[in-house]
Design a protein around this ligand. Structure first.
Ligand SMILES: Cc1cc2nc3c(=O)[nH]c(=O)nc-3n(C[C@H](O)[C@H](O)[C@H](O)COP(=O)(O)OP(=O)(O)OC[C@H]3O[C@@H](n4cnc5c(N)ncnc54)[C@H](O)[C@@H]3O)c2cc1C
Length: 499
């Protein structure tokens, strides 16, 4: 069956859903509330001064990823999409410098073989370097102690948190030094409340099967090059959403920007959908009818749109709340001390230190393509700006302490903290005078909750929607955070059989 389809939301989930529906013969309209398509997968532009061959000072515009800047190579869905869009030759690996962890004991290189920070090789020198001798000895008990308790929990389908599993198998030091920074930095969550299955699908089963958590990690990571768990795209990940938009337009899909779907209703029980569409000034501009609706918005927006049409199933006043959000401070600095990439591709930060950022990415050390854009070589091939670096620091932890920096903080506060944090994290002296350009990007809705009442409300909504004909839910709050999860989830949900 086909007919007309409305896709609400123009992030990667919505763009991909629109493409698949169009390929299946649906007449597709996509509505994105903001003026930017791609959602968290979109670029930001930053002007920096640059000296030309004649010595004149010009402006150079850097195009930098505003949100996602890489994709997990596990699963093949993102890679297949990138190939399909003709970007396969542009896929690049990060520079093999490794990353670091910063905790109360200072900075240590992150173990290269790991999953959400859980080490997969307890004989590796980098694991020994990251732990105290006692901590390592405690961790090694994982290799011999029986897994009965966790096998039973798995068999009973009991929820198992990351913290409970790691502390029991590998000890508190592994949890605090290695796992807390990764789960906090990547998933904005505390491992004490995050279910293992949500952030590391299949890990509990692999650990039970292997009789050891570390061996379970190694089994899941098997076949992957150590350290190269992610890949990027030359020119930036935003090229992927850019290409998707271009393809949609070429294929005749109606792509609307600055157009918010403000309300949904149905024309008769299980009848066609009717969407009320407003412009940015919230004036209703028109209605739109469709046989099928794909909601590719965040969970809070989905609840607001669907609760009113759910009968008594979902209480409009009992939906999930907006989460903490994330603020990214991007700095372009002139700093020769960073040329040697003292912290590899960057660091994740454990709570409990003076540093207020939760992560730092040394983008020009991580991506060779960005290094050469920033270098802007002259005609002889010599870099014009060899000491120029792009650093990206993120702020905003779930349940962050009062006064912590995050989404709601002022730009000046975030940028001042970013300079001080970058100095503390890299060990390279930095001051505001070294900053050539900076910007703050805020993401309020893009990292969905992993636990708690808001997560439960979202799960209720997902369960309810499964039985509603002509409705699909896609996006990171449905499939999991990260492009690998989202792309694979859309492919499953909007597969031809589902139509
Ligand atoms: C700072 C940051 C860094 C990240 N880095 C990585 C990374 O390196 N690798 C990785 O794999 N993942 C990363 N992620 C996660 C990844 O970006 C997301 O999981 C993914 O992009 C989410 O896509 P989405 O389409 O579900 O949601 P979004 O990108 O949030 O898109 C949803 C869209 O819906 C629109 N919308 C909402 N309500 C309405 C409405 N009523 N009407 C119309 N439109 C509406 C929004 O404006 C938005 O554009 C990062 C996330 C953040 C925040």
């Amino acid at each position: 069956m086909s007919g007309s389809a409305l896709v609400v939301g123009g992030g990667i989930a919505g763009l991909l859903a629109a493409r698949r529906l169009n390929q299946q013969g649906w007449e597709v309209t996509l509505a994105e509330a903001t003026s930017v398509l791609g959602g968290t997968l979109s670029a930001r532009f930053l002007d920096v001064p640059s000296v030309s061959d004649s010595g004149a000072v010009e402006r150079q515009t850097l195009e930098l990823d505003g949100g996602a800047e890489s994709f997990a190579v596990r699963g093949a869905a993102v890679r297949a999409l990138v190939d399909e869009l003709g970007l396969g030759d542009d896929v690049v690996s990060p520079e093999p410098l490794g990353s670091w962890l910063h905790g109360p004991a200072g900075a240590v290189p992150a173990p290269r073989v790991g999953l959400v920070g859980i080490p997969g090789d307890l004989d590796a020198p980098d694991v020994a370097a990251a732990l105290s001798p006692d901590g390592l000895e405690r961790a090694r008990r994982d290799l011999t102690e029986p897994m009965d308790r966790w096998a039973a929990a798995r068999a009973a389908g009991d929820p198992v948190t990351v913290a409970a599993l790691v502390a029991d198998r590998l000890g508190d030091e592994v949890l605090e030094r290695l796992v807390v920074p990764v789960v906090g930095g990547v998933h904005s969550a505390d491992p004490a409340v995050v279910d293992v299955e949500r952030v590391a699908p299949g890990l509990l089963a692999a650990a039970v099967e292997q009789g050891s958590l570390a061996r379970g990690v190694a089994a899941l990571r098997g076949g992957q090059t150590p350290g190269a768990a992610v890949a990027g795209v030359d020119g930036g990940m935003a090229k992927v959403s850019g290409r998707l938009v271009q393809a949609l337009r070429e294929d005749g899909v109606t792509v609307l920007r600055g157009v918010r779907v403000a309300a949904l209703s149905r024309l008769g029980a299980d009848g066609r959908w009717w969407a009320q569409i407003s412009d940015r000034d919230e004036e209703v501009v028109r209605g739109l009818e469709a046989d099928r609706v794909v909601l590719a918005v965040d969970g809070v927006a989905a609840w607001a749109l669907l609760a009113p049409v759910s009968g008594d199933a979902l209480d409009p006043g009992a939906g999930p709340a907006l989460g903490e959000g994330v603020a990214l401070a991007t700095l372009v600095v002139e700093a020769p001390g960073l040329d040697a990439a003292p912290r590899g591709t960057g660091l994740l930060v454990a709570p409990g230190t003076d540093v207020r950022a939760k992560a730092l990415t040394h983008s020009t050390a991580k991506w060779a393509w960005l290094r050469s854009v920033v270098d802007r070589p002259d005609e002889s091939g010599a870099p014009r700006h060899p000491h120029r670096h792009v650093l990206r620091l993120s702020y905003g932890r779930h349940g962050g302490a009062a006064g912590a920096l995050g989404f709601r903080s002022a730009d000046e506060d975030l940028l001042a903290a970013a300079v001080a944090d970058a100095e503390a994290l890299t060990g390279v002296e930095l001051s505001a005078d070294d900053v050539l350009a900076s910007t703050v990007t805020r993401w309020r809705r893009s990292i969905p909750p992993q636990h708690g009442p808001d997560r439960e409300a979202m799960d209720r909504l997902i369960a309810w929607a499964q039985d509603v004909p002509g409705l699909d839910l896609v996006g990171s709050w449905v499939h999991g955070t990260g492009l690998a999860a989202v792309v694979a989830g859309v492919e499953r949900t909007v597969a031809p059989a589902a139509a």
